[in-house]
Design a protein around this ligand. Structure first.
Ligand code: ZN
Length: 93
């Protein structure tokens, strides 16, 4: 498969050397940024999340369980920082 870029308008793969797609989309920085802005606005519009109580509980329990290893990692980082700073303190005074 050759290298190409995906047209954000029609999802067709266009060769990297081409500056515009057959659908009429022009691969310029300005048009790509403008399209990203449009997507951002669309994402902002979708704000209301419909979630049942049961699935919310499952989601929150999963989140809490996932946070345990994250806290362990943060604790280890803190321990390393404490030991290093302590060693610096001992050698300095
Ligand atoms: Zn296109």
């Amino acid at each position: 498969m050759g290298t190409g870029k995906k047209c954000p308008k029609c999802d067709r793969v266009v060769p990297m050397s081409d500056d515009n797609c057959s659908c009429g989309f022009v691969f310029s920085k300005a048009s790509l940024i403008a399209l990203q802005g449009e997507n951002k606005v669309e994402r902002v519009v979708i704000t209301d999340i419909q979630m049942s109580f049961g699935s919310m509980v499952v989601f929150m329990v999963g989140w809490a369980l996932a946070s345990i290893p994250a806290f362990i990692i943060l604790f280890l980082f803190g321990l390393v920082a404490f030991v290093v700073l302590g060693a610096i303190g001992i050698t300095a005074f």
